[in-house]
Design a protein around this ligand. Sequence first.
Ligand code: GRF
Length: 199
Amino acid sequence: MFNVAVFVSGRGSNLRSLFEKVRKDQINICAVISDKKNCGAVEFAQQNSITVFFVDSNVESYSLLIKELLKLSIDLIVLAGFLKKIPDELVDAFENKIINIHPALLPSFGGKGMYGMNVHKAVFESSAKWSGATVHFVNKIYDEGLIIAQRVVDISNVSSPDEIAQKVLNVEHELLPFVVQKISESKVVLKNNRVYVVD
Ligand code: GRF
């Protein structure tokens, strides 16, 4: 089994799509980690008997969490709407084993403060004609790890940031399970500082 831990802070629609779309005989979502006690994602985890861990921002909390994740033999950490910065200690403990989904086409519209609707407002105000979703490895700098895969959406005719958010969310729900499935099958390959997704 390929063991996955999902970090969340909110509604949990990506957690839900992962849970529903990956192959259950190969992938086990065995832990959900949240910095919020009450949110849709935590509720979903509890309803589906997934172990939930809560973290606050102190070092001790993350040190304990790392121990728990190692005990569970976690193969991959997925950040799905987790709003806090991941501490360096966790990045070091799970090198190239943490991925994030970002609701825009990195390297544009990323970095500190670029989350949720802030991203879609910035994209809308830029008058860009395309947006999309990016799944990337997590390193120690916000939204700067190597890009694994992207999906684009045509936003040339949208009339609000909300409309962009909805279009992007739809492709997020396809892209994240696709990438997690590929990683579990060792079909995501790092070579010469690029990432290749192979058949
Ligand atoms: C998604 O748009 C994701 O890209 C971003 O935060 C949002 C989380 O949504 N990082 P949900 O909690 O998965 O519904």
